[in-house]
Design a protein around this ligand. Structure first.
Ligand code: SF4
Length: 76
């Protein structure tokens, strides 16, 4: 799977690459070590990433995204 593909992250209402989503959800919960950022509440509560991992969300390639294509939201 191309980790650069872009999907619409419903909890954050933002376009996001699959790679970024994986990074964000692997942040530590609660107090993070100096320099590190803690996990966002949206990611803590997120159920959507399971669908991201299973390739069940609509995506566009990064190139398509940069050319103006937007992936539709799951509930759209
Ligand atoms: S884990 Fe959920 S809220 Fe966080 S970026 Fe991925 S889809 Fe969005």
């Amino acid at each position: 799977m191309d980790k650069n593909r872009i999907f619409f992250c419903e909890p954050q209402r933002a376009y996001m690459s699959i790679y970024n989503c994986a990074n964000l959800r692997n942040r530590p919960i609660g107090k993070a070590a100096a320099g590190a950022q803690p996990k966002m509440i949206a990611c803590e509560r997120c159920e959507m990433f399971k669908m991201v991992d299973k390739n069940k969300v609509p995506t566009v390639t990064l190139t398509e995204y940069l050319n103006g294509s937007k992936p539709v939201g799951v509930s759209a």
